[in-house]
Design a protein around this ligand. Structure first.
Ligand code: GCB
Length: 599
């Protein structure tokens, strides 16, 4: 009898646990695209917060907002009386006591709503770093993991008429099996870092579309439109007024319509970043966008834009406004970074090491900058962890879905500096490559590696994963992490896939700007002269690299990274910027600028 009860109780507890875990893990939906073109109500602005560095809020169930019911009651939390934070915006840079927080902040926003018949309502987040649990009027509506991509929840029927309380738990603790994992060389800005919107739609709406030139073509668009809702079979029309172009198609029972059409497009390029207004109309919805048309390919050992080889003059950029010491997200932040890239002479920006905000990508496209967009698959990822493959796939979907209509994006970068010896690394990244190609076959798909050896002034680049990368993207750092072994002009490159274009995705070294004139041969001087010498030597070596299709210095601005603890020179900053965090150009900037002018 005793045993029977024990079994029943144990099973009951187990079922309960599974139930709680299941309920606790209602995942967010992948967001509809092009939020800017939708019927939105912004929930940006001041949100009240509870700071929860010890993680007590889950146990206390702060989302219930309990109030004392009788005179002897008390509740040990309240949003009332708490500080306010700006949304969007990272929490670390807004309150002194949050500067180094890697933990939880609970956010609360009240909003009014009046339900309208036959309308659906979605709650859309541009990004929350890293994990988000979202509660509406005391009920959990779901969770999302991943700090740099959008997600949404449908809240039709869950939202009340009148006042509603939205509570978000934002937790930026690092996870061993997260993307990125424990270790990374940038500042872990946490919180609701991008816009929050309510989006109202009709019952059936245009959820997604893909309108880009077919791979290799300069005049043929191949694409699709996808509806979401009850009335999935409709006629849809795609129009480009400037070209007097309009095409009709009918969606199938899954809501998909496939289209293919030709036109004499003025092609998008860095010299002429031409965008067309495009309108997609169904019976129940209209969405407009600005779309450019270009083709990007690897042909032999060349990168070819619109049919002609192009040299990629790039720079690495982190999503940080150096002057604000904060995560970048405003139009002003984006322009600051992109204008600095333009001034350096770039036609390409590598936005590292995670998808940057959507407006940044749009802004780059308008300015004629090609964009490299990257997943936060960085160094020591736990590829053998059973949860990681699903996380990889979700993040890939979210990144590609959001920006696949941005012709400025020419590269999906799926990983940075992962290691051949890491269990399941090759299998996981090969599968991810195939999934990416199935989602979008029009762009280059790249893995960045630093698998190399340097002997007798010969730099050997090898990694089996390069087979699956359209570019041999190499982070090399000769002259900084790896001392020169001979004259740079005599350095030989031996690349294990000799037919592919080689892109130097990172090189450089550190310098503290304004440091007194220092030696050119002493790294520990952190002198601008030492950094300048690295750049001079690199430029000299570039001439020897077979199939070189572009170079990308690490990086534009000095940026915050807490592992950089030399208090004389670094003080929490990675000093490999060509420009300091105060905007001073270092000597190496001029070497790069000169090189780009020549290319
Ligand atoms: C790298 C990483 C980059 C680092 C850089 C450095 O190889 O890709 O994220 O920050 O080196 O400064 O060491």
């Amino acid at each position: 009898m005793k045993k029977y009860f024990k079994t029943v109780i144990t099973e009951g507890v187990l079922i309960g646990l599974v139930f709680i875990l299941f309920i606790g893990r209602v995942n967010a939906q992948t967001a509809m695209i092009n939020v800017q073109a939708r019927n939105t109500t912004s929930l940006n602005g001041k949100w009240t917060v509870i700071l929860d560095p010890t993680g007590a809020g889950d146990y206390k169930q702060v989302w219930q907002e309990k109030k004392p019911q009788k005179k002897t009651d008390f509740v040990e939390y309240s949003f009332e009386g708490g500080p306010e934070l700006d949304v969007p915006g990272d929490f670390n840079s807004q309150l002194c006591e949050l500067t180094y927080l890697e933990g939880t902040v609970w956010y609360k926003k009240q909003f009014d709503y009046t339900a309208k018949p036959d309308r659906r309502l979605f709650l859309h987040f541009g990004a929350v770093n890293y994990a988000a649990d979202v509660y509406l009027n005391g009920e959990k509506i779901g969770s999302h993991e991943g700090g740099f991509t959008p997600f949404q929840f449908e809240i039709t029927g869950k939202v009340k008429n009148g006042e509603n309380a939205l509570i978000v738990k934002a937790d930026n603790r690092r996870l061993k099996n997260g993307l990125p994992g424990y270790g990374y060389d940038w500042f872990n800005y946490g919180g609701i870092t991008r816009d929050v919107n309510l989006i109202e739609t009709n019952e059936t709406f245009i959820e997604d579309y893909f309108i880009q030139l077919k791979k290799g073509s300069l005049n043929t668009v191949s694409g699709w439109v996808k509806l979401n809702g009850a009335n999935l079979q409709q006629s849809v029309e795609i129009g480009i007024p400037e070209l007097n172009l309009s095409r009709k198609a009918t969606t199938n029972e899954e809501g998909m319509a496939y289209v293919e059409f030709k036109s004499a497009f003025k092609l998008w390029s860095p010299e002429n970043p031409k965008l067309y207004k495009l309108v997609i109309e169904s019976k129940t919805d209209t969405v407009s966008d600005e779309i450019g048309f270009r083709s990007i390919e690897v042909k032999g050992d060349k990168v070819v834009l619109n049919g002609s080889p192009i040299f990629l003059k790039a720079v690495n950029i982190h999503e940080e406004n150096p002057y604000k010491r904060a995560r970048a997200f405003t139009d002003g932040d984006n322009r600051l970074l992109l204008e600095a890239a333009k001034e350096l002479g770039c036609n390409f920006v590598r936005l590292v090491h995670y998808p940057h905000n959507e407006k940044m990508v749009k802004q780059a496209e308008k300015m004629g900058l090609m964009v490299w967009s990257e997943l936060p698959v960085y160094q020591h990822i736990q590829f053998a962890d059973s949860l990681v493959p699903q996380k990889l796939e979700t993040m890939l979907n979210e990144m590609v879905r959001r920006d696949k209509n941005r012709c400025g994006v020419i590269v999906w970068s799926l990983s940075n500096e992962t290691y051949p010896g890491t269990p399941n690394r090759n299998e996981a990244l090969i599968e991810l490559t195939q999934k990416c190609r199935a989602l979008d076959s029009t762009r280059l798909i790249v893995h960045v590696m630093n698998t190399h050896s340097y002997d007798n002034n010969t730099f050997n680049v090898w990694d089996p994963l390069y087979k699956y990368s359209d570019l041999i993207a190499v982070n090399e750092y000769i002259g900084w992490y790896i001392p020169w072994q001979g004259k740079p002009s005599e350095t030989r490159w031996n690349v294990s896939f000799p037919d592919k274009p080689v892109f130097i995705s990172e090189f450089g070294g550190e310098a503290k700007s304004g440091s007194a004139q220092g030696p050119t041969d002493e790294a520990a001087s952190w002198s601008e002269e030492y950094q300048e010498t690295i750049y001079k030597n690199q430029v000299e070596m570039f001439g020897n690299i077979p199939n070189l299709c572009g170079v990308c210095p690490w990086l534009l601005f000095d940026y915050r990274s807490l592992g950089r603890m030399n208090l004389v020179y670094q003080n929490g900053y990675n000093r490999k910027g060509l420009i300091s965090e105060n905007g001073e150009k270092k000597k190496a900037w001029f070497i790069m600028n000169e090189y780009f002018k020549r290319k």
